[in-house]
Design a protein around this ligand. Structure first.
Ligand code: ADP
Ligand code: MG
Length: 241
């Protein structure tokens, strides 16, 4: 056991250039996140939450700074390597669910496994297990338009967890849901993450979400304003393999 964090974010800055204009989406963000932790980034619209998440997930490259996950320098990986890294280690939950409308629930959930070359029999078995975990048994053949927002987000959660990634990123996962469904969806996400000792980074403008986190990071104008510890035992110091 050592004290290395699973995710190390070091002096990350992101500047978008639009013609003459410069937008500093992230100014200078440093943060260590430990395995098994649930960390909530709280901030108003435009504070840099999505930019932060996309940067840590390797979807975008920082202008400056380092992102190290399980010892791997994610910011240095090329497109192909970062895609493989994401497929192996990261699950994503989106505000608007991002389900493919032509696909059934079962097909949407098995999609990440197809990219990982899991054979069909195993794909179906894993997807059914994930569906059971989120309470969607019997919905295999439904399409997204035939389901409520809460049900669609449960498909989104199942798709994020189906390959047992070490890290789950969620960008405003309850942004399109009412307060009752928000609670339901958050409880499912937290239960899954805890059971599988996964690490969850969730970004939101909704203060009620912070109740589910071990640490709450307030972000404003591209900087960390404050870090509040809610549950000391949330994460461990174990390094990822
Ligand atoms: P949040 O998710 O907290 O609402 P974002 O990370 O999406 O905030 O955006 C932070 C800032 O960066 C905003 O001012 C936004 O307009 C700007 N921004 C985000 N993405 C881009 C982009 N691709 N091009 C230019 N500006 C961007
Ligand atoms: Mg956002």
């Amino acid at each position: 056991m050592d004290d290395k964090a699973l995710i190390q974010v070091k002096n990350v800055r992101k500047v978008y250039r639009m013609g003459e204009e410069k937008v500093i989406a992230l100014d200078d963000v440093s943060m260590d996140i430990y395995r098994g932790e649930i960390v909530c980034f709280l901030g108003t619209s435009g504070s840099g939450k999505s930019t932060f998440l996309n940067m840590v997930a390797g979807l975008e490259k920082p202008t400056r700074g380092e992102i190290i996950i399980g010892g791997i320098q994610v910011h240095k990986l090329d497109e192909e390597m970062v895609t493989l890294f994401r497929q192996k280690n990261i699950g994503f939950i989106f505000q608007s669910y991002n389900l493919l409308p032509m696909l059934t629930t079962l097909e949407n959930i098995t999609l990440p496994l197809i990219f990982r070359n899991v054979d069909k029999r195993r794909r179906t078995a894993m997807a059914k297990e994930a569906m059971k975990a989120v309470g969607l048994e019997g919905y295999e053949r439904r399409r997204p338009t035939q389901m409520s927002g809460g049900q669609q987000q449960r498909v989104g959660i199942a798709r994020a967890i189906v390959g047992h990634p070490k890290i789950i990123f969620a960008d405003e996962p309850t942004g399109n849901l009412d307060s009752h469904t928000t609670k339901e969806v958050m409880e499912i996400i937290v239960k899954m993450v805890r059971e599988n000792n996964q690490t969850l980074i969730i970004v939101t403008h909704d203060r009620t979400i912070s109740e589910y986190a071990d640490r709450v990071v307030t972000i404003q104008d591209g900087n960390i304003l404050d870090i509040q510890v809610k549950n000391q035992n949330g994460g461990s110091n174990e390094q990822c393999q």
